[in-house]
Design a binder for this molecule. Structure first.
Ligand code: BTN
Length: 318
């Protein structure tokens, strides 16, 4: 029996079972059950024991079939225990995997963040996934697609938890002044032709803690609510919301007002950080192209793009 089928069988089995029961359910011999379990443990999966004789896979791991059940339309879904970065993996599949394919990993060895940073990716707690798209849109509209991804994350979280987070321009998802989710969109375009877009989403779901480096700015849904959340449901809800935004975008309909309402940066005094300098200004609006317009004390205005600057609130991260 291959690893995926075995894992799938364990995920479907709610009750504690003896190894013999598992062997019978899977139609394999005991030594193979023992070897498959050892191999899953090496990958990072954890098991729960009952009376030292019965076993079951810890609940809540990523499951293709559970994600598919929550999706409103079909998509290719790929799940692995570990990968360097789901963004790299998705881009490698450009031209092979279908539009809208979702690539998920329980763990990333080199999760990538914006502006050359890394993304903390501990096994089985966060949600690390990338959506591969072949957008039928001109390159100048791609930033709108990334803003849509940010809104899809907010409303996808809302659909599952009832909490509506906000957006720190351009596409950090924040709650109670801390970062809950980051989005790294990577585009491959040849002159005016968009070859593919990879939208990488790192959502902090069931983490109890973060490294010292980011613990003062990061938060997770579990830290916010004291509860664990179903990552399969969350990823599907985000993809469902994304689908609606994308089909509207193809009809030239971009919900700028919704984005502006969710954007916690607007109306705030922010520090804009470029490669060469830092300046303080008030964030006034987000343009149709996704740029942030800021106003200086003398009344003059400037629009900056997410590629060239990063923005910090004056009192902490947001
Ligand atoms: C940010 O810096 O705010 C963006 C973080 C994006 C992280 C996600 S995790 C899944 C996908 N794969 C990566 O390597 N990065 C993105």
């Amino acid at each position: 029996m291959n690893r995926e089928k075995f894992l799938n069988q364990l995920q479907k089995t709610e009750n504690f079972c003896s190894l013999g029961d598992i062997a019978a359910r899977c139609g394999i011999q005991l030594p193979e059950v023992a070897e498959q379990i050892r191999s899953l443990k090496r990958e990072g999966y954890e098991f729960e024991l009952q009376n030292g004789t019965k076993i079951r896979l810890k609940r809540g791991y990523l499951s293709r079939s559970e994600i598919a059940d929550f999706l409103k339309s079909n998509r290719q879904i790929f799940v692995v225990p570990s990968v360097d970065s789901t963004n790299i993996w998705a881009a490698e599949n450009s031209g092979k995997a279908e539009h809208g394919s979702v690539f998920l990993a329980e763990y990333q060895t080199s999760g990538r963040g914006r502006r050359g940073k890394s993304w903390e990716s501990s096994f089985g707690t966060g949600l690390f996934f990338s959506v591969l798209e072949y957008p039928k849109l001109p390159p100048w509209k791609i930033p709108q697609l990334t803003l849509c991804a940010a809104m899809a994350v907010c409303f996808g979280i809302y659909d599952v938890t009832g909490m509506l987070p906000q957006i720190k321009w351009p596409n950090d998802i924040v709650m109670e002044g801390r970062k809950l989710c980051g989005i790294l969109a990577e585009l491959k375009a040849v002159s005016e032709h968009v070859e593919h877009l990879v939208i990488g989403i790192g959502l902090n779901v069931n983490q109890d803690e973060f490294s010292e480096e980011i613990s003062h700015v990061a938060t997770s849904l579990k830290q916010l609510t004291g509860k664990e959340w179903n990552r399969n449901h969350l990823v599907a809800s985000i993809c469902n919301r994304m689908e609606t935004y994308e089909s509207n975008l193809l009809k030239n309909c971009f919900p700028m007002e919704t984005y502006r309402k969710l954007c916690v940066t607007l109306g705030k005094k922010v520090t804009v950080i470029t490669a060469e300098q830092e300046f303080v200004a008030e964030a006034v609006t987000v343009t149709e192209e996704g740029g942030l317009t800021v106003r200086f004390p003398d009344g003059s205005e400037k629009t900056v793009t997410s590629g060239e600057v990063s923005v910090r609130g004056m009192l902490g991260y947001v």
